[in-house]
Design a protein around this ligand. Structure first.
Ligand code: NAI
Ligand code: MG
Length: 490
């Protein structure tokens, strides 16, 4: 048992360089950066620190593969076959990839194995099926003309992803891009580059032609910014912080790039008194604390109807006390460390704001241990709509509970935010549930469940939670351009 644990604990890091045109290379500057294990604060390895010159080379390779290489001539169905092959190779290495994810990100190994990696495989297979099903239409126009549309790949796409689901974000981005026939320059998050690099190696092994997928590890304001400004990139897909998205939107304006954004949230999770309280409480706990609270759609504003408020609080407190926080490689662990020191500091800062603003801290609020970025599951009650912990994205294990009395009130308060990513409602009254679902301004609504994702179900934000959708057919559409062809029939 001990030796099994040791091999799991030390997954091999094989890829640490830039991946450009099918070759592994140091960065042009020769610089590297450290990636850290957030559970121990130890450096895992050095990774090539890409910048503008590396992005330029990656765009050249991607452009060439898009216009001239085998990718450009390949039948769509064969693209799908290669994508399925990549999914197969990931499935073969699932345990090792899960361990690498846990090492780099700190998430519990049980989550990486049960959620992240299986979802990666499922997403790639889902989009593999789309590759040969992207169809145009014929359109009845006036006169002696025949008009039809074609859906063509948007071109070379830049993809900038965050650290909370490092491998899964790769799949969400590569899946629709590859199915559509695009080529890719990806910049993984500086905190978590390792699984992305491993997946690039597996893509090559699967036979995806050189230049189709390029990966430039590095920082946002350097490598990321070079992707955003590059005139040879047609579209940028970004997941991360709203403030970063606004910078990207400005910097991409010069080249009129197509942009899609998947940003943060302050998602309302509403428990009515007539709900099945066992599942509602489980959903409230899981909907916030899952992934150390580092989810864009975390149910971070928990609204509880007055009548059941105190009972819900008591039971949430008990669940927090039972939550196993610690070594993410222990299969029993439910909560690992925050991803890095900056996130750790941010979370503890919000715990202070909560107290300063007059909320009552029922549990948590402190560091766990003295090594690694662990934070106790934290619960605040007596939260009001104007407090910082009710308005701003914390991205950590901090749950704010607010009281409410009726449906009209809760619709209004749910929508009193600039975000609009997700919402959930727990009730046995189906009319009330659907009324809420229709009225809430959010891209995803869960009724009597939370965090239920499927590769076929579109996901994305209303308002400042994003632009465009990922997953499903909607996610694919964002990787295509629509062309109209008209033929004279006379
Ligand atoms: P971030 O938005 O700065 O980073 C996400 C990605 O964008 C990374 O790959 C980063 O290198 C890149 N990036 C940063 N600045 C850039 C620029 N000027 N041009 C191009 N690319 C750039 O997020 P960060 O700093 O890691 O986390 C800060 C907060 O953002 C978190 O506390 C959380 O509230 C939120 N966040 C939301 C996520 C979501 O899934 N919606 C994911 C990660 C963070
Ligand atoms: Mg940032």
């Amino acid at each position: 048992m001990a030796t099994i644990m040791e091999t799991v604990r030390r997954p091999q890091v094989r890829q640490t360089q830039c991946f450009i045109g099918g070759k592994w290379t140091s960065s042009a500057s020769g610089k590297t950066f450290e990636t850290v294990n957030p559970a121990t604060e130890e450096v895992i390895c050095e990774v090539a620190e890409g910048d503008k010159e590396d992005v330029d080379a990656a765009v050249d390779a991607a452009r060439d593969a898009f216009e001239a290489g085998p990718w450009a001539k390949m039948d769509a169905r064969d693209r799908g076959i290669l994508m399925n092959k990549l999914a197969d190779l990931i499935a073969e290495e699932a345990d090792e990839l899960a361990a690498l994810e846990t090492l780099d990100n700190g998430k519990p190994i049980s989550d990486a194995r049960a959620a992240d990696i299986p979802l990666v495989i499922d997403c790639l297979r889902y989009y593999a099926g789309w590759a040969d099903k992207i169809e145009g239409r014929t359109i009845p126009v006036r006169g002696e003309y025949f008009t039809y549309t074609r859906r063509e790949p948007v071109g070379v796409v830049g993809q900038i992803i965050p650290w909370n689901f490092p491998a899964l974000m790769v799949a969400w981005k590569w899946g629709p891009a590859l199915a559509a026939g695009c080529t890719i320059v990806m910049k993984p998050a500086e905190q978590t580059p390792l699984t992305c690099l491993r997946m690039a190696r597996l893509a090559q092994k699967a036979g995806i032609p050189d230049g189709v997928i390029n990966v430039i590890p590095g920082y946002g304001p350097t490598a990321g910014d070079a992707v955003v400004r590059h005139p040879g990139i047609d579209k940028v897909a970004f997941t991360g912080e709203l403030a970063t998205a606004k910078i990207i939107q400005r910097n991409a304006a010069e080249t009129m790039k197509r942009l899609t954004f998947e940003l943060g949230g302050k998602s309302p999770n509403v428990i009515f008194a007539d709900a099945d309280l066992d599942s509602a409480i489980e959903g409230a706990h899981f909907g916030l604390y899952f992934n150390q609270g580092q989810c864009c759609c975390a149910g971070s504003r928990l609204f509880v109807e007055e009548r059941v408020h105190d009972e819900v609080i008591d039971r949430l407190r008990e669940k927090n006390a039972e939550r196993r926080v610690g070594d993410p490689f222990d299969p029993e662990t439910q909560q690992g460390p925050q991803v890095d020191e900056a996130q750790f500091d941010k979370v503890l800062q919000y715990c202070e704001y909560g107290k300063q603003d007059g909320a009552k801290m029922i549990s948590g609020g402190k560091r766990v241990g003295n090594r690694g970025f662990f934070v106790e599951p934290t619960l605040f009650t007596g939260v009001t709509d104007t407090m910082r912990i009710a308005r701003e994205e914390i991205f950590g294990p901090v749950l704010s509970v607010l009281k409410f009395k009726n449906v009209d009130e809760i619709i209004r308060r749910s929508n009193d935010t600039n975000f609009g990513l997700a919402a959930a409602v727990w009730t046995r009254d189906i009319a009330k549930a659907h009324r809420y679902a229709a009225a809430v301004r959010a891209g995803t609504v869960w009724i009597n469940c939370y965090d239920v994702f499927d590769a076929g179900a579109p996901f994305g934000g209303f308002k400042q939670s994003g632009l465009g959708r990922e997953l499903g057919e909607a996610g694919l559409a964002n990787y295509t351009e629509l062309k109209t062809v008209t033929v004279s029939m006379s």
